[in-house]
Design a protein around this ligand. Sequence first.
Ligand code: PBG
Length: 332
Amino acid sequence: MTHYPATRMRRTRRHAWSRNMVRETLLSPADLIWPLFITGGEKVEEPVASLPGVSRWSVDLIIQRAHEAVDLGIPCVALFPNTEADKRSDDGKEALNPDNLMCQAIRAIKDAVGDDLGVLTDVALDPYTSHGQDGLLDDAGYVTNDATVEVLRGQALNQANAGADIIAPSDMMDGRIGAIREALEGDGHHNVQIMAYAAKYASAFYGPFRDAVGSGGLLKGDKKTYQMDPANSDEALREIALDIDEGADSVMVKPGLAYLDIILRAHQNFEVPVFAYQVSGEYAMLEAAASVGAGDRDALLMEKLIAFKRAGCSGVLTYHAPVAARLLGAKQ
Ligand code: PBG
């Protein structure tokens, strides 16, 4: 007599209602943070060649994106400026200008949508330096730590004063979370959050982003003296522990898909919300694959986004945020 299995894993997969009922992980527009690139001028939309479907927007058009985010149920946007070439300098002092592109965009978005949308701002000097590094260089070309942190404090305060809700230091200097928290508290910004790019790797996946903020052509060398070695995992836990200890409200792992193991360990080891940054190179790879017929774009991107949730993320920074939010809306 043939013995059939009593346990049939396929039973619960037979119908859509049942698959929906046993689904372990859900993705919603509220899980998405939308990175936006800002440029000068008025009524300017500049497509970023290496990021098909992504543009830089002038401040007046950024406001439209903010309304779009609110309409789609996206809770937060992340802002990155493409600073004009003549405002970039060795010391990146444009980062401290209360009327720089970043501050203009923060104010415009907050004026337009108020607390209906969170505004997250990147803290690092690379969009402002003439050498494309995230910090200040010493005579030997090394990115100095403590002097850079002093400037980052000023940059964070400048953004908070303009109305930023979440300060997100992406520079990977030691001690910057504590220094920025202290500066924010000292200036009355008690409720401004810090999302630390805690485990940020020296990755080859950032190329299109550097095109978008105009730092790619300027950068000489690499960022390996401050961003992490992709070979390391235990070190990521030390970075995350330090940032939490210094006052981070949430932490980020970056890039995303190649680092799902780090996300899982972060989620299992700490009680803070963990976010992933699905970076520019990941977006570009997916779009390139879909454009040559290697897969269905929408299915590919939704499968990737659910993977972040499954690994333990509270949310994902992704250039696909509006597309994904529309797909999720259409499904309901
Ligand atoms: C700046 C910064 C980078 C990214 C976010 N903030 C680039 C870098 O570190 O060189 C990359 C984001 C992306 O690739 O989408 N420090």
